[in-house]
Structure formats: C-alpha cells, structure tokens
Design a binder for this molecule. Structure first.
Ligand code: 5GP
Length: 347
C-alpha cells in the first residue's frame, strides 16, 4: 500500500486569477479552436465542447442544435444502423459528430456494418469505457487504428499521464479524461475509485501535449465557470452531460412533480439505463450511476448562450483574446473549503 501525498484538486477548489488585459469587450474573444489531429491528420475547426454520448444528450436533435454554434455531439450508442446512416449522410463535415461505441464484439460488428454503409461519412469515433486501464481496451484501440488510419479516434476514460501517453502512442487522437466526476455517476461512492478532475486534466493534458495529442475533459462541469477552469487547466475539448440535460432536444420523458415539469436524466451505468438497454443489472455487478429529475429547461439554445458567454467572460478576465491562450494565461488560486461552501462553483 502507498499513499500519494500530492494535493489533488477539483474545479471547486480553485478560481481563476484575473490578469491585466487590453480587451475591452467579450465580443473580441474568439472561443473557437483549430487542430490537426495527430493520427487521422484531419483538420478541426469549431467550439471544442462536446455533448456526452448519454441517451439524453447524445441525440440527433442535440446535434442539430449544437451544430448551429459549431459545437459537437458524441451520439449515444443505442441508435439503430439505419438511423445512424441517415444522420451521417446529411451531416456536414464540420463540426465533427462522433459515432460512439464500446469494445465488445457486437459493438465492433455494428460499427463495421455502419461504416460500410456510411461510405466515408463517419470520420470521428468515440470509444467509451468506464475503465480505460484494461488490456482489452488497449487491444481494441490498436485493432481500430490499424483498420482505420483515416478516423479521428477519441477514447477513454483515464485520469493519469502514463495511460494518456500509452493511448496516444497506440493511435488515439483525443484522450477522454475523467473517472468518477460525472453528475449522475456513483463510481466514487460504489467503488472508492476516482481522481479529482482538475488535477486529472492538468496531468493528462501535460502528458498528451508532450506527444502532440489532445484531451477531452469529461464530466464534473456544473457551471460555465467549470468549463473555463477545464480549458484553463489544459483541456482541448470539454464534454458535458448534466449541463445539457433537461432540454427539449434530449427527447426524454417529462413527468410532473408538484405542478413542476421535470425530465429524467440518468447515468449510462445506472439501473435505469441497464433496465432499458441490457434487460437489467447483471448479477455480478452493481450500478454505477443514478437517476435524477431535472426541471425542464426549454430549448438548449438559452443554456448554450450562458455557457459560451461564461467562457468568453473568463477569457476577458485573464486577457486571453483566443481560447487557445486561456491556459497560458491561467493562474489558479486555491480557495479554502469554507469559501467553497459559501461560493461553491455550483452557485
Ligand atoms: P456530467 O457532465 O454529467 O458531469 O458528466 C458526464 C459524463 O459522466 C459522461 O460523459 C460519462 O463519462 C459519465 N457518465 C455517464 N453516465 C455514467 C454512469 O452511469 N456512471 C459513471 N461512472 N459515469 C457516467
């Protein structure tokens, strides 16, 4: 047994320190990014925020709404072959939309079928497992990269530098970072496993950038300020679940509670999701997600404006004219637990 004594931080443990700036208005800030992906060599231009591949947020409707603002969506895994083919056939190249899959044999068979029918319209995939530390996951990535040198591969999740490096060396373009921070995730409670998300981003971004790879910070953002902190910490992309849930584009059931319209949102490893898609929770495992009821929030458009406005505002405060400069201009200050409780990042 060993204890790491280094302080590890979450979004709520820090604030961004304001810096001198020549910017006079938020409208001067450009929050889009351009990348050339390491392995696929494809060019990216867009606002690097991605809706999570959960069945409430990784929807076709969400993709259409987010595309208007140059944001991307990782589609959930439960669409049928033909629906996916129709979607990708009408989808412009930019911003990229991601086909999502796990690493089981049926996942790969479905992917191979859809790829064949898609005739090159699928260019980005998200390989998503709860634990990116297994040999089976690495083997899958190597197989996928060997078969598809042209695809942009986002894959995870991991939380440490050495695993980020391994994934990038094995063919991943964007490493997805985050174990346990999700709003409807119970992994930390159920298994005791996890890593404070801000430190995970800092450490994985450092490892990825050293090899010209990229990372996507996945989970734990509860306010626009958290996205600013994630980008400030070095995230190239940020993935959002809960912040995009509860909107019209989620297509989830609406229930009324004390006269208030609410929408279901549950983790993809929750009992609710497993009942819906896997015929129940297998007897050797426990669910690692929960369900919440969120007040209906209307069209996602309004929330997007808050998110993009918040990130622009952060750039203005630290003097970053472009999102690309935000991490270079970031100094985090640690805040005390007490301050946290009063002004916590959820506020
Ligand atoms: P959020 O933005 O809601 O904080 O986090 C979204 C992320 O939570 C997703 O992209 C995914 O990585 C993670 N997630 C979604 N469902 C579950 C679940 O049931 N269990 C766990 N452990 N993580 C989940």
């Amino acid at each position: 047994m060993r204890i790491e004594q280094d302080m590890k931080l979450d979004f709520k443990d820090v604030l961004l320190r304001p810096k001198r700036s020549t910017l006079t208005s938020r409208s001067e800030v450009d929050i889009s990014r351009e990348f050339v992906f390491l392995h696929s060599k494809r060019k990216y231009h867009g606002i690097p925020i991605i809706a999570a591949n959960m069945d409430a947020t990784g929807t076709f409707q969400m993709a259409r709404a987010l595309a208007k603002h140059q944001l991307s969506v990782a589609l959930h895994k439960h669409y049928g072959d033909q629906e996916l083919l129709d979607f990708f056939a009408e989808q412009p190249e930019s911003p990229p939309m991601f086909y999502s899959m796990g690493i089981t044999a049926p996942d790969y068979e479905k992917f191979s079928r859809v790829m064949k029918g898609a005739r090159g319209t699928i260019q980005n995939v998200c390989v998503d497992v709860a634990n990116g530390y297994t040999k089976a996951f690495i083997n899958f990535i190597v197989k996928l990269r060997t078969a598809h040198p042209e695809l942009t591969i986002m894959a995870g999740n991991v939380v440490t530098g050495e695993m980020t490096e391994q994934l990038i060396l094995d063919g991943v373009d964007i490493v997805k970072v985050g174990i346990g921070p999700g709003s409807v995730c119970t992994t930390r409670r159920m298994s005791g496993v996890g890593y404070p998300q801000l430190s995970a981003i800092i450490e994985c971004a450092d490892a990825a950038h050293g090899l010209h790879g990229l990372i996507c910070a996945d989970g734990g953002c509860t306010s626009p300020g958290d996205l600013a902190k994630a980008f400030g910490a070095g995230a190239d992309f940020v993935m959002l679940g809960g912040m995009l849930a509860g909107h019209d584009e989620c297509g989830m059931d609406v229930v009324e509670e004390n006269g208030v319209r609410k929408m279901r949102f549950y983790g993809m490893s929750s009992r609710e999701a497993m009942n819906k898609y896997a015929g129940g929770v297998a007897d050797y495992r426990a669910s690692e997600g929960k369900e919440v009821l969120l007040e209906c929030r209307g069209p996602v458009e309004n929330t997007l404006q808050d998110i993009l406005g918040g990130v622009r505002s952060a750039c203005t405060y630290v003097g970053a004219r472009r999102l690309k400069e935000l991490s270079k201009r970031t100094t985090f200050i640690r805040v005390s637990q007490q301050l946290n409780e009063v002004f916590g990042s959820v506020g």
